[in-house]
Design a binder for this molecule. Structure first.
Ligand SMILES: *[C@@H]1O[C@H](CO)[C@@H](O)[C@H](O)[C@H]1NC(C)=O
Ligand SMILES: *[C@@H]1O[C@H](CO)[C@@H](O)[C@H](O)[C@H]1NC(C)=O
Ligand SMILES: *[C@@H]1O[C@H](CO)[C@@H](O)[C@H](O)[C@H]1NC(C)=O
Ligand SMILES: *[C@@H]1O[C@H](CO)[C@@H](O)[C@H](O)[C@H]1NC(C)=O
Ligand SMILES: *[C@@H]1O[C@H](CO)[C@@H](O)[C@H](O)[C@H]1NC(C)=O
Length: 257
C-alpha cells in the first residue's frame, strides 16, 4: 500500500510545486534608488516602439531595458517604464583579468523596454536570488545608438584582443529625467498615441504613485514567470494552491512517520 501511495504522492507534490512556482515568482523585486547592477547591451532599431510603448523619438536618446522582475511586468509596461537612471561603469568581471578602466564613464538612460526573465543569463534575478554577478538588476543598454559615442565602453584591445566585454559591473542611481538627454524634446517623452492607455505607458518622469506606470501583468492577470505555461494567475488558483497546501500537510506527516 505504501509503495502505491508514494508515486501518487510524488506526482501530487509535483503538481503542487508547479502550481506554486508562479505564485512565488509573482513577487517583483523591490530595489533601492542606488546600488550595483550589471550592464549589457542590445540592438534596438532606431524609432522602434519597445515594450513600454514610449515614443519612437525616445530611441534617439539613451534608453535601456530592465530585467523583468525589477521592471515589474512580464508583458508590455511596468512601473519602471520611463524611469531614468545614471549608470556608471565600474569594471568587467568575465574577462581574465577583470578590467578596471582608468575613468568612470556614466550615462543617464530612460527605461523603455523589458528584458525577459530567463533561467540563466543576466536578466534572471528573482526575489529568490540574484544573477550570476550577484545583482538583482540588469540594465540592457540600447547600443549602438545614434545618441551614444561608439567608444562609450572603455577597452584595451592591445591587451585583451577584443573591445566588447559584453557585461559590466556598474553602479546605478535613480535620477530625475530632467537629467536625460531627451528631456527637452517633447516628442521623446510619453507614450505613443493610437494604442490606448491599457496597452502602453511611458511616464515622462515617474516620481510618485500618481505618475508611475502600473504593472500590465498585474492588471491582466498574467503570471510573470514566463518559464511556466500557467499564464492565468487569477485569485482563484491562488486560493486553490493555499488550500492544497493545508490539505497536503497531514499527508506529509504520514509520509515521514
Ligand atoms: C552620474 O554619476 C557620475 C558618477 O558618480 C557623476 O559624476 C555624474 O554627475 C552623475 N550624473 C547625474 C546626472 O547625476
Ligand atoms: C541566474 O543564472 C546564474 C547562472 O548564469 C545562476 O548562478 C543563478 O543562480 C541564477 N539566478 C536565479 C535567481 O535563478
Ligand atoms: C562590482 O563593484 C563593486 C564595487 O566596487 C564590488 O564590490 C563588486 O564586487 C563588483 N562586482 C563584480 C561582479 O565585479
Ligand atoms: C592595457 O593593459 C595593459 C596591461 O594591464 C597595460 O599595461 C596598458 O597600459 C593598458 N593600456 C591601456 C590603453 O589601458
Ligand atoms: C507626484 O509628483 C508630481 C510631480 O512631481 C506632483 O505634481 C504631484 O503632486 C505628486 N502627486 C502626489 C500624489 O504626490
Amino acid at each position: 500500500m505504501a509503495l502505491l501511495a508514494i508515486p501518487f504522492f510524488t506526482s501530487w507534490m509535483l503538481t503542487l510545486f508547479l502550481l506554486f512556482v508562479p505564485t512565488l515568482a509573482s513577487e517583483w523585486i523591490e530595489y533601492p534608488d542606488n546600488g550595483f547592477a550589471t550592464l549589457t547591451h542590445y540592438s534596438l532599431p532606431l524609432d522602434y516602439i519597445a515594450s513600454c510603448g514610449c515614443t519612437a523619438e525616445s530611441t534617439h536618446y539613451p534608453t535601456a531595458a530592465l530585467s523583468q522582475m525589477a521592471f515589474g511586468s512580464s508583458t508590455a509596461y511596468g512601473p519602471a517604464c520611463g524611469r531614468c537612471f545614471n549608470l556608471t561603469l565600474l569594471n568587467t568581471f568575465l574577462s581574465v583579468p577583470p578590467f578596471f578602466p582608468s575613468g568612470h564613464q556614466s550615462i543617464v538612460v530612460k527605461v523603455t523596454d523589458l528584458c525577459p526573465l530567463s533561467t540563466t543569463g543576466w536578466c534572471n534575478a528573482t526575489t529568490n536570488g540574484p544573477n550570476a554577478a550577484g545583482h538583482d538588476l540588469n540594465f540592457d543598454l540600447a547600443f549602438p545608438s545614434t545618441s551614444i559615442p561608439s567608444n562609450f565602453f572603455p577597452s584595451n584591445a592591445s591587451y585583451y584582443g577584443y573591445t566588447d566585454f559584453g557585461v559590466w559591473n556598474i553602479s546605478y542611481e535613480s535620477v530625475s529625467c530632467s537629467n536625460w538627454e531627451g528631456w527637452n524634446d517633447a516628442a521623446a517623452l510619453g507614450s505613443v498615441t493610437g494604442q490606448g492607455p491599457e496597452s502602453v505607458c511611458c511616464a515622462a518622469d515617474p516620481t510618485n504613485s500618481s505618475n508611475t506606470c502600473t504593472s500590465y501583468s498585474d492588471h491582466n492577470g498574467i503570471a510573470p514567470d514566463t518559464t511556466t505555461s500557467l499564464g492565468h494567475s487569477t485569485p482563484q488558483p491562488y486560493i486553490f494552491t493555499l488550500s492544497l497546501v493545508s490539505s497536503i500537510l497531514p499527508l506529509f506527516g504520514y509520509f515521514y512517520e
